[in-house]
Design a protein around this ligand. Structure first.
Ligand code: ZN
Length: 172
């Protein structure tokens, strides 16, 4: 690393810090010739497996695709974009560390669901519903009643219709 001031090649790292679970490194450096201090940011380029779609087509791994699915599932939920970024970071890191050359898109979907399960049950069920069709979700989310899933997938139907509750009360 050359000094940006005097162009000397004799620079020394005086501090290193990792960001985003290790995918970026910030380094404080000092030029040994003119003592000038500067900072560099290094992004580690990870080798990620190729995605194999259900129909057999191959695609390169794209963060944006996972992020879009997450954003869609987390709409109106109390979840920050930073939290979602962390999820994508963790998945990316796991995939890079796995050393696999290829991975099924289905397996990535499962990884996302594991993360959402810990984060938010509503986003979790929504993601599952985008991922599979609704019938599959019902059998998949065992222990949840049909009504609960409907409420979770279509919160507006319930929120905008308080009369429904009154009706059931009058039935009792
Ligand atoms: Zn210098």
């Amino acid at each position: 690393m050359h000094c940006p001031k005097c162009q000397a090649s004799d620079t020394k790292v005086i501090d290193s810090r990792h960001f985003d679970l290790g995918s970026a490194v910030r380094r404080r450096r000092r030029c040994e010739v003119c003592q000038y201090r500067f900072t560099t940011y290094e992004q580690i380029e990870m080798e990620l497996p190729t995605i194999v779609k259900n129909d057999g087509r191959r695609e390169i791994f794209e963060r944006e695709k996972i992020m879009n699915g997450l954003l869609k599932s987390c709409q109106k939920r109390p979840i920050s974009v930073a939290e979602l970024n962390n999820i994508v970071d963790r998945i990316e890191l796991l995939l890079a560390q796995s050393g696999q050359k290829e991975i099924k898109s289905e397996d990535i979907g499962k990884m996302v669901m594991e993360e959402l399960k810990k984060l938010d049950p509503v986003a979790y069920v929504r993601f599952a519903s985008f991922y599979w069709n609704f019938d599959d979700v019902e059998s998949f989310v065992s222990g949840l009643t049909h009504n609960y899933i409907k409420k979770v997938l279509n919160p507006e139907d319930f929120a905008s219709n308080p009369e429904k509750q009154n009706n059931t009360e009058s039935l009792n």
